[in-house]
Design a protein around this ligand. Structure first.
Ligand SMILES: [Zn+2]
Length: 62
């Protein structure tokens, strides 16, 4: 199963960046719970948030 590429521009290269959302008055446990990885297209910048593994495959619709 091949990658489909970015759903916006068709580019097939993406990068990931881990982020942690800062909630409103949440405990440290909640901060851990709100940890995501953003996958973004290196061409057009389109991005989606994911949690878990194989996120680049998810980004490309794999
Ligand atoms: Zn793109």
């Amino acid at each position: 199963m091949g990658k489909n590429g970015c759903i916006k521009c068709g580019h097939t290269e993406a990068k990931t960046k881990e982020i942690a959302t800062t909630g409103t008055g949440l405990s440290s446990l909640d901060v851990q719970h709100n940890h995501f990885t953003v996958v973004y297209c290196t061409s057009c910048g389109y991005s989606e948030l994911y949690r878990g593994s194989n996120i680049i495959d998810l980004f490309f619709g794999g």
